[in-house]
Design a protein around this ligand. Structure first.
Ligand SMILES: Nc1ncnc2c1ncn2[C@@H]1O[C@H](COP(=O)(O)OP(=O)(O)OP(=O)(O)O)[C@@H](O)[C@H]1O
Length: 606
């Protein structure tokens, strides 16, 4: 009963696989219609070749015997030529449309893959080696499409034509045909035996190619580090190992793929010996049938073509097997993905409510933090801090809801998605890496929001970029990854982009790590003045400005969290007090003016 269920489930899955694969054929049905018509003309027309060969041989014999003249031969040649032109024309159309079909399928698959990859969560991306992931998936798509192309081509070039050839052979001598047709199945049998090895060799070659891509990227990315630490030689030796492994596996895979073809062909061609003997007897009148030279010639030509075709069929099995293996691997990446949601801008300011949130990394037991509850009102700035590796960045990323967490996070009355990302346009994020694009500073800041040029100046000033000596101001080109800017400038451009984005909640992970304390205080003052009700969650190691914040989340290495304002935390939490005093020894908490009053001061100056 149990086994029965398993088999039913497997066959249902198999049917689903074929349905999904079949949908690609169905999408291209118009092209496949043209392929079918031209394929039938071409393949049925292929029978004309052996027939004309036989007729020409017979005509030559008759001319020698004086039964026919040279003009008969010319007429026959002209007919042959016209038939070849028609057949080859149909072949050209068929090939052209099979290629077009394969290209369309490849593009559809790549577009789906792209949609799925860009919608992968950060956690899922982090679990994969991007180099080998891309190499494997693209190679799998190519193998799958190649299998579909070969299948479509060979369905006509091999399938239809073989049926036609067999019919013709049977017509000439059915007993001899039954005998010689024993050989091609032997070639299939061998191909079937070897196909698993072929697929395995191809998979190993692909894996090795992925490892080599990763190795190359790693060697390039960390070239300077390897040089500084004197490990270049050992890294090069490791790279050499990868290269050798790739070479071995590639050769093995190529051997399996190409060297078997002549073997299949030789086996299929063994029937020729039998035809030469038995066919000769037929012509001499002592065989199983009575033949003239035309019949002998046509039969032999027909069989040779059939044998060559049957060796193609063996190769086709390998291609289809490879395509099946590739399809199973890429299928999850090719599922129809939800369309990307358009950002619903602007989301009005609202309250952020975090209730009993805990986060545990997949594969680990202990939560990085637990029981986190707080409410942030519009305009509030909330500091997040704690000892090294206590989970500050993890909390920042958890608020983006890309990985599943316990508890709930609400913005106003809307619950933010748990594990599939919060709706676009609510939470803005600026992480450790500035992720700048080559282009101008303005293009980086206005990224995705080019339709709001007026707000640009306010953001430019808020991050103190107006105080920097930039050669072309906002039009300064920053080079790939922003390499022409200092670390502090890169951090401020990334911050400006997050501010310009207009999300009502901003998570800023250590945005002031590369700026001096004066600039940090000034930026914070600007943020407060121009908040427009935006909630800012500020992750930082530096506590200098924390007395000015509305709330502080203190994270402990054991996963416990405390939420209070600076004064209360300073009073009640020894670890927080010690850290704060270490950084700001001479200034007790009360001595700093609250940030709200700084805003008012600035207003009154204005
Ligand atoms: N992808 C991950 N999978 C498993 N554990 C992780 C992952 N990322 C981080 N961690 C672990 O989670 C803990 C918190 O890391 P996190 O980067 O959030 O700390 P942090 O407080 O931001 O660190 P820092 O003070 O260095 O900025 C660390 O113990 C870290 O090893």
């Amino acid at each position: 009963m149990h086994i029965g269920k398993v088999i039913t489930l497997q066959s249902q899955q198999q049917t689903q696989h074929w349905k999904e694969l079949g949908s690609y054929f169905w999408q291209e049905r118009k092209m496949l219609g043209i392929v079918t018509v031209s394929g039938l003309i071409y393949n049925v027309g292929m029978l004309a070749g052996p027939w004309f060969d036989g007729q020409l041989a017979q005509c030559l014999y008759d001319i020698v015997q004086g039964k026919q003249s040279a003009s008969d031969m010319y007429r026959l040649c002209l007919c042959y030529l016209a038939t070849i032109l028609c057949v080859q024309g149909a072949r050209y159309i068929k090939r052209l449309y099979v290629r077009k079909f394969a290209n369309h399928v490849s593009l559809t698959m790549r577009a789906r893959l792209y949609q799925n990859l860009v919608q992968m969560t950060r956690a899922a991306i982090a679990r994969q080696d991007t180099g080998s992931l891309m190499t494997k998936i693209i190679a799998d798509i190519d193998a799958c499409v190649e299998g579909m192309r070969k299948f479509t081509t060979e369905l006509f070039d091999t399938g239809v034509v073989m049926v036609a050839y067999i019919a013709m052979l049977l017509y000439y001598d059915w007993r001899l045909t039954m005998l010689v047709l024993l050989f091609p199945p032997l070639a299939y049998l061998l191909a079937d035996r070897l196909r698993r090895h072929v697929a395995r060799a191809a998979a190993q070659s692909k894996e090795s190619s992925g490892a080599l891509t990763d190795g190359t990227l790693d060697r390039l990315r960390h070239a300077m580090t390897y040089r500084i630490y004197g490990v270049e030689a050992s890294e090069d030796a490791h790279y050499e190992t990868l290269l050798t492994d790739y070479e071995k596996k590639r050769i093995r895979s190529n051997l399996f793929e190409n060297a078997l073809q002549p073997l299949y062909r030789s086996i299929a061609l063994c029937g020729t010996v039998v035809i030469l003997y038995e066919g000769g007897r037929n012509v001499l009148g002592s065989g199983m049938a009575s033949w003239d030279i035309a019949a002998f010639s046509t039969y032999l030509a027909c069989f040779l073509k059939l044998a060559v075709k049957s060796s193609h069929a063996a190769k086709l099995f390998n291609a289809v097997q490879k395509a099946q293996v590739s399809w199973q691997r890429i299928r999850p990446q090719l599922q129809e993905s939800a369309p990307l949601t358009e950002p619903q801008q602007p989301f009005p300011a609202d309250v952020l409510t975090v209730q009993d949130v805990a986060f545990t990394y997949p594969g680990t037991e202990m939560p990085v933090f637990r029981n986190l509850s707080f409410t942030a009102r519009p305009g509030e700035i909330i500091g997040i801090t704690g000892p090294v590796a206590c989970g500050k960045s993890t909390l920042g990323r958890a608020l983006l809801c890309e990985s599943p967490h316990d508890g709930t996070i609400y913005f106003g009355s809307q619950e933010l998605g748990n594990g599939h990302g919060s709706p676009v346009g609510i939470i803005g994020y600026s992480g450790h890496s500035p992720e700048l694009f080559s282009g101008t500073i303005a293009e980086n800041i206005q990224f995705g929001c080019t339709d709001r040029p007026d707000d640009f100046r306010a953001v430019w000033q808020a991050v103190c970029l107006d105080e920097d000596d930039l050669p072309d101001g906002p039009a300064t080109r920053i080079g790939p990854g922003g390499l022409r800017l200092s670390g502090g400038q890169q951090a401020r451009v990334a911050l400006a982009r997050a501010l310009f984005g207009g999300c009502p909640v901003l998570v800023l992970d250590d945005p002031f790590a590369s700026v001096d304390q004066k600039t940090e205080a000034r930026i914070l003052q600007h943020l407060r003045q121009s908040s427009n009700g935006r909630i800012i969650l500020l992750i930082s190691h530096r506590l200098t400005v924390f007395p000015q914040l509305d709330q502080v989340i203190w994270m402990q290495p054991d996963g416990a969290v405390r939420v209070a304002d600076h004064a209360a935390l300073y009073e009640q939490c020894d670890a927080y007090r010690r850290l704060y005093d270490l950084q700001v020894p001479q200034s007790p908490a009360e001595s700093l003016p609250p940030l709200a009053s700084l805003g008012k001061e600035a207003d009154s100056h204005a």
